[in-house]
Design a protein around this ligand. Structure first.
Ligand SMILES: [Mg+2]
Length: 168
């Protein structure tokens, strides 16, 4: 179980993601979580830096997709600004929404990465699908009450990973 929660790669911020490195390890498509990964929770405000990052990935030829458990109108608004396809109300960590994202991008699990802030949805789901899982710490600490409960568990897992030296 713990192994399935462990990200393959850890980045301090999505802005640290390096297209050249990801290409070098065989990645062709990237799935992005929405809340607390691309934008602060419930604030659909994309920063110029995040917009530039997505543009850079597009220019470099990566297929992109937003995969979020949030409602369609919110995911769609951000996806439209970024000009990338999306899957909303995704019920991560279930596999079906991940499959849908792969289908949209035309990539395989071996060539796809998922970037997200939650071990129990983004990373667990990505690992179940055998994607390259990239964990970035949440960009704000406001979120759903239910998410906050899961975060307590997440902290325990993170503490253990840190102790083992698996993550920083
Ligand atoms: Mg999130």
């Amino acid at each position: 179980m713990l192994k399935k929660l462990c990200p393959k790669i850890q980045a301090d911020s999505i802005l640290d993601l390096d297209p050249a490195y990801l290409r070098a390890i065989g990645i062709k498509g990237i799935i992005f979580d929405l809340d607390n990964t691309l934008v602060e929770w419930k604030r659909d405000q994309l920063t110029p830096e995040v917009i530039a990052l997505i543009e850079r990935f597009k220019t470099e030829g990566f297929k992109l997709c937003i995969l979020s458990n949030a409602l369609e109108y919110r995911v769609e608004a951000v996806a439209q600004v970024l000009g990338v396809p999306y899957v909303s109300r995704a019920v991560k960590p279930r596999k079906s929404p991940f499959r849908k994202a792969l289908e949209m991008m035309g990539t395989t699990p071996q060539t796809t990465a998922i970037v997200g802030d939650q071990l129990f949805t983004d990373i667990l789901g990505g690992n179940r699908m055998k994607l390259c899982t990239i964990w970035t710490p949440p960009i704000s600490n406001t979120e759903f009450f239910s998410t906050r409960i899961v975060r307590c568990l997440e902290q325990l897992v993170l503490k253990r990973f840190r102790k083992k030296g698996i993550i920083r």
